[in-house]
Design a protein around this ligand. Structure first.
Ligand code: NDP
Length: 234
């Protein structure tokens, strides 16, 4: 049965791979964008996740076209790396607002329809850095760690209504976000990845479609690493 899926930040990168994977299996897929073109075959809804009104309007548009969102993949995220002493409060709160409060805004709005339907899947894209920490990434790591407590709270609140809530912690994925890292840093990271390579975006997407599937009905509150072994032990 085709489900109504929303992937935030699904216009490019990991989010686009996730959106395509759901669309390939026949689901009705919407993606948020902030003014860019929408990839073919997907419903683009303009939405900045830092703005609750835009979130509400995007969900209303999806409801009218695809029906209430049944599978939410909260993927939109940003980095703004710098060492603690140089990090302004604005840099800290801006990253938290996009990555963590943004997830709260979309999950809260999505839960309305899911509760009515008594079925839903919430998938949050965190990061291996949320568990291990990252020098120069205090804001980002805090936001990604926060997603875990958030998702597990929802797992407890909503489990009785057939709504699962899980987290994926990708390792190093080759996208625009990581392209900006200095070559030396990339090599350092790669040296710590047991499988010895970056992830392909499709490998993160496979975990997302699995968590959205009926086969994953008994998995909730889980943190699923897709990191080539980078985060083992955390
Ligand atoms: P990209 O930088 O390639 O894409 C980020 C996406 O998030 C874009 O679609 C962007 O939209 C969207 N976005 C950012 N801020 C907002 C906002 N306020 N409102 C709506 N959309 C927003 O990143 P990746 O694809 O690499 O990352 C996707 C997710 O995966 C992120 O949450 C990231 O933290 C996480 N991740 C990435 C890893 C990696 O190695 N790449 C590793 C671990 C986790 P727009 O096009 O408008 O900018």
């Amino acid at each position: 049965m085709a489900r109504s899926v929303l992937v935030t930040g699904g216009n490019r990168g990991i989010g686009l791979a996730i959106a395509r994977a759901f669309a390939d299996q026949g689901d009705k897929v919407a993606v948020t964008h902030r003014g860019s073109d929408t990839p073919d075959g997907l419903l683009g809804v303009k939405c900045d996740v830092t703005d609750a009104q835009q979130v509400d309007a995007a969900f209303t548009e999806i409801e009218e076209t695809h029906g209430p969102v049944e599978i939410l993949v909260s993927n939109a995220g940003i980095t703004d790396d710098t060492l603690l002493l140089r990090m302004s409060e604005e840099q800290f709160t801006r990253v938290l607002d996009a990555n963590l409060t943004g997830a709260f805004r979309v999950a809260k709005r999505a839960s309305r329809g899911m509760l009515k339907k008594r079925w839903g899947r919430l998938v949050f894209i965190s990061s291996v850095v949320g568990l291990s920490g990252g020098a120069g990434q205090a804001n980002y790591a805090a936001s990604k760690a926060g997603l875990i407590g958030f998702a597990r709270s929802l797992a407890r609140e909503l489990g009785g209504r057939n709504i699962t809530s899980n987290v994926i912690t990708p390792g190093f994925v080759a996208t625009e976000m990581t392209a900006v890292l200095p070559e030396e840093r990339k090599q350092q990271i790669l040296a710590q990845v047991p499988v010895g390579r970056y992830a392909d975006t499709a490998e993160i997407a496979a975990a997302a479609t699995f968590l959205g599937s009926d086969a994953a009905a008994y998995i909730t509150g889980a943190v699923l690493p897709v990191d080539g072994g980078l985060g083992m032990g955390h």
